[in-house]
Design a protein around this ligand. Sequence first.
Ligand code: PHE
Length: 349
Amino acid sequence: MFFVIIRLMLTDQIRNLKNEAIGEILEAKDASEIENTRATFLGRSGKLNQLTKEIPNLALEEKKHLGQLINEVKINIESAIEQSLEKLNVKNFQNKWFDVTLPGIRPEQGHLHLITQAISEITNIFTELGFHRARYPEAEWDWYAFEGLNMSQNHPARDEWETFFIKDLDNKKYGKGVLTPHTSSGQLREMEKYSPPIRMLNIAKCYRRQSDMSHAPMFYQFEGLVVDKNINISHLKGTIDYFTKKYFGPDRKSRIRPFHFQFTEPSFEVDVTCLICHGKGCRTCKQGWMELGGSGMVHPTILKNAGIDPEKYTGFAFGWGVERVMMMKYGIPDIRLLFDGDLRFLKQF
Ligand code: PHE
């Protein structure tokens, strides 16, 4: 009972001290007055510490309670001091330094990263042709990345896609987990989701075990897939031409060369005239042409795998690197420049 009475008395006194201190702080006219108040209340032999002297004589329960209260009050007073000092500072600054007639300081303004810029530029071009933007998983099953695209296990064609496999991830139906090595994994997913007519533009990150001036272990691809009745190679070539002129400029030309992919038949490699020599042939290109990426007519087996009748429907597909087309457009010599975040480089775009 005795302890409780003491505790109540002390509680009252502590609260009074707090009000007194905050009152003084609010009325203070300058920083030195505030510092005085700090010393009077929070100093080593200040008023609060005087009160704490009584505490060790109390019972445990009361000690705890009062200890907590004193801490809270200290924090309250400190923050009132900080706020008042800040207000006074601002006032001082305004009185002495703020010249409203001076021109302002323009904040630094950034811009979207150039890969993001390229992605929206590419998306806009294909949107004009009626493609819709899609994005499919980066962590993917073997089925969508390989098996379902006509590349059975141990097929040598897989070697080209130097793949990262995900440890301990194995699915009875879909096989191993992989970091998708190309956006072609979106083909089956798109065809499972929608029935023809399909005009997909799948832009996503891809991963391969590779690293040099023109290859990074993580990079972006954009994949076009068109499936409809009576789709033929001229539709593919027309789409490639449209993109080439829109993205690279009206003076650039495109061509297709025979190639092989397991999931397209026939398959083509797509080239664009060289930025530097415009088709004449120079040190940076192959006799005037630069390689853009793969394309072809969708293989009937792939349509079948997605439940689409290859007798009724045909389609074309292409898959190109976002970084690669940028490098070809601007003459960027090293893919790593795109990922380094060096402002001297980025600011040029
Ligand atoms: N996926 C292929 C690659 O990564 C490119 C490609 C896409 C080829 C679509 C044909 C059709 O190289």
